[in-house]
Design a protein around this ligand. Sequence first.
Ligand code: NDP
Length: 453
Amino acid sequence: MQDYVNELMEIVEAKNPAEPEFHQAAREVIESLSLVLERHPEYRTAKILERILEPERVLIFRVPWMDDQGEVHVNRGFRIEMNSAIGPYKGGLRFHPSVNLGILKFLAFEQVFKNSLTTLPMGGGKGGSDFDPKGKSDNEVMRFCQAFMSELFRHVGPNTDVPAGDIGVGGREIGYLFGQYKKLRNEFTGVLTGKGLNWGGSLIRPEATGYGAVYFAAEMLASRGESMEGKVCLVSGSGNVAQYTVEKILELGGKAVTLSDSSGYIYDEEGISREKLDFVMELKNQRRGRIREYAEAYPSAVYTPADANLGYNPLWDHKAQCAFPSATENEINEQDAKNLVRQGVYLISEGANMPTMPEGVDVFLNNGVMYGPGKAANAGGVAVSGLEMSQNSMRLPWSREEVDNHLRRIMKSIHKTCVDMAEQYGTPGNYVNGANIGGFLKVADAMLQQGLV
Ligand code: NDP
């Protein structure tokens, strides 16, 4: 079977050159699934894995727009429609200068398994642009979003492909994108999720990814008879996922002591209280400022600027029990993972997508760390997006409690699937294998049943 893994990886690397993040995500999944293919040769005969690795459709398009000074800019837009075996393509849009085809393909690929794990009928997709919203005026962001949707509207729709937010795409951007879609199509439909509450959005959608990552952590702890009460937690990022991760940690009696952005991080030994979190939300969501300002406002905090030459991130080198990476991919390398273990961290719940490099994952698994990979731990966001789609179809909004109860139930069910699958396939406690296998089986069976399409 190792030969099969190596041969398949050779094909993936040859067919998708210069896409290291996609190779990384593919290798992890293929290795987990080799356990399944040994028992189920029918998937191998039907080349299910080879088919899942090839996007159903990739769209790349020009996005021309004009800044406030009248200068013309040209960005590149993408939408990867990866797999629609169990529902319409579903996955976020990312606006960040680092966006390229390989990054979006890795995210779309992960999304297929994640969406399957939620138990809801959603296929996998991802998209975005190399546009950088940082430092742009609201009008510039609006013009960019309108230009982006002026092409994307041809390819998406409530029964075809339903994008949402991701890095750099929050409520403001979803609003402008939705407005342009509605104007071009002349229809009011649930084509995007993460919408405003008074025009089709769902309660708890902004909170869902962060809350879900903490619910997943609570489930992992409960499996050892523990709870979040009193746990010291390291959190990276300071955007949507990080903010609501801290909020739920606080609610469940834990203490978050770090937050970051791409310029640096703060360590607040006293803990990030409700009042301090409100400050961060205002800083990041309204003023769009830098996390450094937290340490200027609260003397209990120390700010450390990012240093790419250091070879590790000092944020992950503080005493704690739990860590919630919530910024971006590959933010925990082998050294960071060793530092985390040395500092006493025994639970990782990934709010971000693929934040841990493969060598780091090995460190966690070899040291008995409870390691919840992103495709399981951060699935709460897309799960509530799925619930937003249901509410849009019914034209009936649900209460906060109702959505939160669904979210809890779904995170519990994802945790159980991971535990059960890891056990069934002979690797008890390995949430990586559990998530990959659990996500795969449903999609693979649907593909078999739908024939060679
Ligand atoms: P936001 O744009 O709201 O926040 C992103 C945060 O991460 C910011 O603090 C940003 O800092 C930091 N960051 C982004 N890129 C980098 C980088 N290259 N290096 C260092 N820091 C960086 O995004 P989200 O909170 O929505 O997303 C965070 C992660 O969670 C991503 O991996 C995303 O894919 C994942 N995720 C998000 C979901 C959602 O519902 N939003 C759902 C599931 C997963 P700065 O402002 O300086 O760039």
